[in-house]
Design a protein. Structure first.
Length: 267
């Protein structure tokens, strides 16, 4: 579990085992978080599960190449930095990689200090990109809550809230529950969704939940004084007081939208 100021989580993707071992040992000993994959498809699965900051990938991979991996990564809800490397690099391939969205391009054989420097540069740029994305998505969410006019628009709003809540708290997973005619329903989920599966939603309150891990946070949602739902996040890092404040504000915006369209639990 990483703190907000920790070194980035790096995903190294290469079909050469010796490259994975070399980079893995180097990055671990210097405090970086590490994931590894032998091909592009496995790398994409890890990216979809969340928690990755920087991808260090070979240009040529089985199943899905480095350029395809960049395109797939750009479709993810939160930005990641991709550094491509190749043992058959040309000026054209380097330019093509950067035009495709790579943060850097390294030629094999590389010097480990150059890899280190490249990761640090990519991570610094990524933090700027994520801050801009966060501001944009947060504004879009609040605009969406004010613009909801019909119950049919709620599923899209629920999905937006889940994505924004995860980004605002740096969490690996998120869940949104609302009470319905047959009990509590998970109307939106995102990320790996492990810890939140075991949450006793009916007991969620404003105070800390006994036995809850310090990377899990749940807040209640209330409408007209009645508790009608809960919003929870987990993983990524230890939760902070600011996370509770952010989730509470996001939840209030949602309940205001629910009131505007006359949402009721029995609908």
């Amino acid at each position: 579990m990483r703190e907000p100021d920790a070194l980035p989580m790096v995903l190294v993707v290469d079909d050469e085992e010796e490259v994975l071992e070399l980079l893995g040992e180097y990055l671990r000993t210097r405090g970086f978080g590490l994931r590894t994959a032998y091909d592009g498809e496995s790398a994409l699965e890890l990216l979809r599960s969340g928690g990755i900051d920087v991808v260090l990938s070979d240009l040529s991979l089985p199943n899905m190449g480095g350029l395809e991996l960049i395109a797939a990564a750009e479709a993810l809800p939160h930005p990641v930095a991709v550094i491509l490397m190749s043992g058959f690099a040309t000026v054209d391939s380097a330019i093509g990689a950067l035009q495709a969205g790579a943060h850097d391009f390294l030629r094999k054989p590389f010097k480990l200090r150059d890899v280190h420097a490249s990761i640090e540069r990519a991570h610094a740029r990524l933090l700027v990109e994520r801050a801009a994305t966060r501001r944009r998505d947060l504004l879009a969410y609040y605009e969406q809550t004010h613009g909801v006019e019909d119950l049919d628009e709620l599923p899209r709003l629920f999905g937006t809230l889940a994505a924004v809540a995860r980004a605002e708290t740096g969490a690996d997973e998120v869940a949104l529950w609302l009470v319905g005619g047959n009990g509590w329903d998970a109307v939106a989920r995102g990320g790996v969704v492990r810890a939140l599966r075991s949450v006793d939603v009916a007991s969620v309150s404003d105070g800390p939940t006994p036995g809850q891990a310090d990377d899990v946070l749940t807040v209640p949602l209330r409408l007209a004084g009645r508790r009608i739902g809960a919003l929870g996040v987990a993983g990524g890092r230890r939760r902070m007081d600011t996370d509770r404040s952010r989730l509470t504000r996001l939840g209030r915006a949602l309940t205001d939208a629910l009131a505007r369209v006359d949402w009721r639990p029995d609908r």
